[in-house]
Design a protein around this ligand. Structure first.
Ligand code: FNR
Length: 181
């Protein structure tokens, strides 16, 4: 199984990137995770969507080839960050690569709510909002106070979170095997 991870923060020390890397390394024997870089994507513009820049075509090709998408996002101003919305806009047009593509959502924040509002919005956008992506139900991963749960080297050290993540990934794999791969 091949999964691409789309992270809603492009900053170098992003906790959400660290969370995506945690999934990538901890479950490396079960499935492959490629973390996609959103930084090269230009701002979506309908004027250029039919002749989209190569960065967009490459990004969409990777999503298209994947069996599933892992979304890992912070919350900005009570919703998803602009970089994530921009990536979604590109994915939603012309070659609509998310239709029927399964998704799993996670996220973190330094506050206690762990990006819950952003994730609720993302779930709605992906499934109900027209992208046509079935999202793993339940299994909601809200990593609050994230700065206390990773060490300086970017390793997840919080035992409760690690165990919860193990359960969610097991459920994700069961769901994928049952319906998609
Ligand atoms: C934030 N942050 C934030 N946190 C939150 O819980 N709810 C929110 O609405 C917001 N809004 C917000 C807006 C902007 C512009 C910034 C820069 C930050 C805090 C945010 O969750 C925190 O900075 C995370 O650490 C960002 O994720 P990464 O970059 O570490 O992955």
């Amino acid at each position: 199984m091949k999964v691409v991870a789309i992270v809603g923060s492009i900053r170098k020390d992003s906790y959400n990137l660290q969370l995506a890397k945690q999934v990538q390394t901890r479950f490396a024997e079960q499935f492959e995770v490629e973390i996609l870089d959103l930084a090269p994507l230009p701002m979506y513009n309908q004027d250029i969507e039919l002749e989209a820049p190569q960065e967009v075509l490459d990004f969409k090709a990777k999503v298209k080839e994947a069996d599933a998408v892992l979304w890992v996002t912070p919350e900005y101003n009570s919703t998803i960050p602009g970089v994530l919305g921009n990536a979604i806009d590109w994915l939603s047009r012309v070659d609509k690569v998310m239709i029927g593509k399964p998704s799993i959502i996670m996220g973190s924040s330094m506050g206690i709510l762990g990006s819950v509002k952003a994730q609720m919005h993302l779930r709605d956008i992906l499934f109900a909002g027209g992208l046509g992506s079935p999202v793993l139900g339940g299994n909601e991963v809200y990593v609050g106070a994230v700065h206390e749960k990773f060490d300086a080297e970017g390793n997840l050290t919080d035992e409760g979170t690690i165990q919860f993540l193990d359960g969610v990934i097991a459920n994700f794999q069961d769901w994928m095997r049952k319906y998609y791969v």
